[in-house]
Write a protein that binds this ligand. Structure first.
Ligand code: NAD
Length: 498
């Protein structure tokens, strides 16, 4: 409706329409390469911007700028309190420009403006301040060596944490600005310099972040932002002056990065895909279970690494649950991200919609049944109706591969052992949720679930203080928490004879 449709700020169209170039060494630079990338509005399918596709020369330019800034000590050599102050200023500027950032994110990514406002952008300042605060808490230890005794001499050892160097940060398209910040903030807080490459599908908010970092006073070369596709990402991974890659994206790309990285033992942290289970025990109230399934499975149109895409339901509540879920999903209103009343929005790209529709077609061929959704409506934009699949055996592609769209599979179980076996029957291990009010069962079952995060009676809740990352093929390393800076530093032991 007219009342629920947000009219974009004029600053947003000015920003989107401008050809920014690449942000290297503290300023906007024309790309050396000539390739361009079109950026689309998923709600219309129309191009809204064009950005440079960074060439290997451009990547080299950015990495050298970051390296020069690192070696000069303009960032790693200043007082931690000064780094903290600048990062807090950066957070203040994100907060001050929140509505503009949220609108850019929605226009480029397709997601609901409610999510952009309250999660992607709304959550950013608190996260940024949490990490900025860690800048001044980096410490080592001092201890007597345990066995290094030589008559007449004593040895005292200490450890120091030193920033690792230039960090290459590679981000996906589902939460472009938010995950970009998860990659760059701990690196900057630790004293590293950064080259950020957002996804080629959603580069716009990262470009805006670059200008805000400059406005905050981060020295030239400390944060560089280059737009480009997977070739630019690979050039970043392969650059000899990059000391660490922090990556969030698909498991397939994560494995490719790990293979390239192995040649020179490049440090990596990899936050990868998920095929996450939600287990609803028989005591879970149906209404709460349906709400939980919708939040877990369809939030951000299912384009969430943590999404509960596999629902396991106790047989006793299976029939009423399916009926209520299919009804609720069929009733979800669909519309562009700028419509605050729309509950389902377009997925991010034409290619991604085709991939989701392929998964649905294959599930049908494999004998699974669609009880809600299952198609793309006849309208412009990259829409897919929210979809509920039943009767999908554990070995079917739809049960094993990450669809990353508004789709859940639902499967009954007879006892809790079966539920745990089904939940763990996956190569992935990012998140899971358990829905019950039975304390004993909760305490018994949580340790048996192989996932980096297990939620009980909630799903998709993340917090800067709560480590987040994957078991198995969902990744290596953890974002968030007080140890999130550790991956951006090396430990140096210093041993003093006296
Ligand atoms: P993707 O792997 O296709 O792309 C991610 C990034 O990697 C992009 O910037 C892309 O340009 C770059 N890239 C592509 N090929 C590369 C290469 N060979 N070398 C270096 N970089 C390369 O992922 P996507 O489709 O953008 O994002 C969706 C995926 O991200 C899903 O699998 C989702 O589960 C995952 N994800 C994980 C988390 C997490 O925290 N674990 C969070 C969000 C998304």
């Amino acid at each position: 409706t007219a009342q629920s449709y947000v009219t974009p700020l004029s600053a947003v169209s000015t920003f989107i329409g401008h050809d920014h170039g690449l942000f290297i060494d503290g300023d906007w630079r024309a790309a050396k390469g000539t390739e361009r990338l079109d950026v689309f509005d998923p709600s219309t399918g129309e191009p809204i911007a064009s950005v440079a596709n960074a060439s290997p020369d451009d990547v080299d330019h950015a990495v050298r700028a970051a390296h020069k800034a690192f070696e000069s000590g303009v960032w790693s050599g200043i007082a931690p309190a000064e780094r903290e102050r600048l990062l807090l200023k950066f957070a203040d500027l994100v907060e001050a420009n929140a509505e503009e950032l949220a609108q850019i994110e929605t226009l480029n990514q397709g997601k609901s403006i409610n999510i952009s406002r309250f999660v992607d952008v709304g959550g950013a300042p608190a996260y940024m301040r949490y990490v900025a605060g860690l800048t001044t808490k980096i410490t080592g230890e001092t201890f007597d060596v345990s066995i290094g005794a030589i008559p007449g001499a004593r040895f005292t050892a200490s450890t120091r944490r030193e920033p690792i160097g230039v960090v290459g940060a590679i981000a996906p398209w589902n939460f472009p600005m938010m995950i970009g910040l998860w990659k760059i903030m701990p690196a900057l807080a630790a004293g590293c310099t950064v080259v950020l490459k957002p996804s080629e599908v959603t580069p716009l908010t990262s470009l805006r972040l670059a200008s805000l970092a400059k406005e905050a006073g981060l020295p030239a070369g400390v944060l560089n932002v280059i737009t480009g596709d997977g070739k630019a990402g690979k050039a970043l991974v392969d650059h000899p002056l990059v000391a660490k890659i922090t990556f969030t994206g698909s498991t397939a790309t994560g494995k490719a990065i790990a293979r390239s990285a192995s040649d020179r033992l490049l440090r990596t942290s990899l936050e990868l895909g998920g095929k996450n289970p939600a287990i609803f025990l028989a005591d879970a109230p149906i209404e709460q279970a349906v709400q939980g399934a919708i939040l877990g499975g369809f939030f951000n149109n299912g384009q969430v690494c943590a999404a509960s895409s596999r629902l396991y339901i106790a047989r006793a509540i299976y029939d009423p649950f399916i009926k209520a879920l299919a009804h609720a999903v069929d009733g979800m209103t669909m519309g562009p991200g700028l419509d605050t009343a729309a509950q389902i929005n377009p997925v991010v790209s034409l290619q991604h919609r085709a991939k989701i529709l392929d998964h649905i077609a294959r599930a049908r061929q494999d004998g699974a049944q669609i009880v809600a959704g299952g198609e793309s409506p006849d309208r412009a934009g990259y829409y897919v109706r929210p979809t509920v699949v039943v009767g999908a055996g554990a070995q079917l592609a739809i049960s094993r591969q990450e669809v990353f769209g508004p789709l859940v599979t639902v499967t009954p179980f007879d006892d809790e052992d079966e539920a745990i076996n089904l939940a763990n029957d996956t190569e992935m291990g990012l998140t899971a949720s358990l829905w019950t009010n039975d304390l004993k069962k909760t305490m018994d079952l949580v340790p048996r679930i192989k996932a980096g995060t297990v939620w009980v009676n909630c799903h998709n809740l993340i917090d800067p203080n709560m480590p987040f990352g994957g078991y198995k093929e969902s990744g290596i390393g953890r974002d968030f928490g007080i140890h999130s800076l550790d991956g951006y530093s090396e430990v140096k032991s210093v041993c003093i004879a006296h």
